[in-house]
Design a protein around this ligand. Structure first.
Ligand SMILES: [Fe+2]
Length: 208
């Protein structure tokens, strides 16, 4: 009798794809592998991967919120906001990849799928329908606020427990990109006239 190989087909080679395969997980969510060469203790990597997964879930939600705004924006500022929202979407997509890969290199398991993200994120669920531009902008800013708070807490903690790489990623990439995007959004919520100036003329005081 021919010896069975791992696929159980008695060693007979054929060109049929082995479809519909299933198996056990090779690493459960919430664990870390033995990443000896990183010189970071297991409890440090466990804590960091948990916090990075929170940041990941929030960043994935914000990324998708930008695409929703890109598609659904309406009004006289349609063109510029349509482009701006997509630019921010692309930047958030890069951040999401950087966070997820940091989790994996620390020996953890990164969140990936939408149902898992929606169970984890701290950003409240938005309505499915379209909303006015000021509401879209306000909701995006609120989401950024949550992420910026996450970043500052995570960076401080990473520094305290010796994970300099996570601290650097969070401060240099995630925090600074989010701060810049907040500036670009918030300037759209300043109520200035488009055609005719309405403010009083500036007069310097005599005592100055
Ligand atoms: Fe598009």
């Amino acid at each position: 009798m021919p010896k069975r190989n791992n696929s159980g087909n008695h060693g007979i080679l054929n060109a049929e794809p082995r479809v519909h395969q299933r198996g056990r997980e090779i690493q459960p969510y919430g664990t870390v592998t033995h990443a000896f060469h990183l010189q970071l203790a297991e409890p440090v990597r466990l804590e960091m991967t948990e916090q990075l997964n929170q940041l990941l879930a929030d960043s994935m939600t914000l990324r998708d919120l930008y695409k929703k705004a890109h598609w659904q924006v309406a009004g006289p500022t349609f063109y510029q906001l349509h482009l701006l929202f997509d630019k921010h979407f692309s930047e958030q997509t890069e951040l999401v990849d950087a966070i997820a890969e940091r989790i994996q290199l620390l020996g953890g398991v990164s969140l990936a799928m939408a149902p898992d993200v929606s169970e984890t994120t701290r950003i409240p669920r938005r309505p499915r329908g379209r909303e006015e531009v000021p509401v879209q902008l306000s909701r995006l800013l609120d989401a950024h606020q949550i992420i910026i708070r996450d970043c500052r807490e995570l960076a401080r903690r990473a520094s305290q427990i010796g994970d300099d790489g996570s601290n650097d990623l969070v401060v240099s990439q995630i925090l600074r990109t989010n701060e810049l995007q907040v500036w670009f959004l918030s300037e759209h919520l300043v109520n200035v006239p488009l055609v005719e100036a309405q403010g009083d003329v500036y007069k310097p005081s005599k005592s100055a």
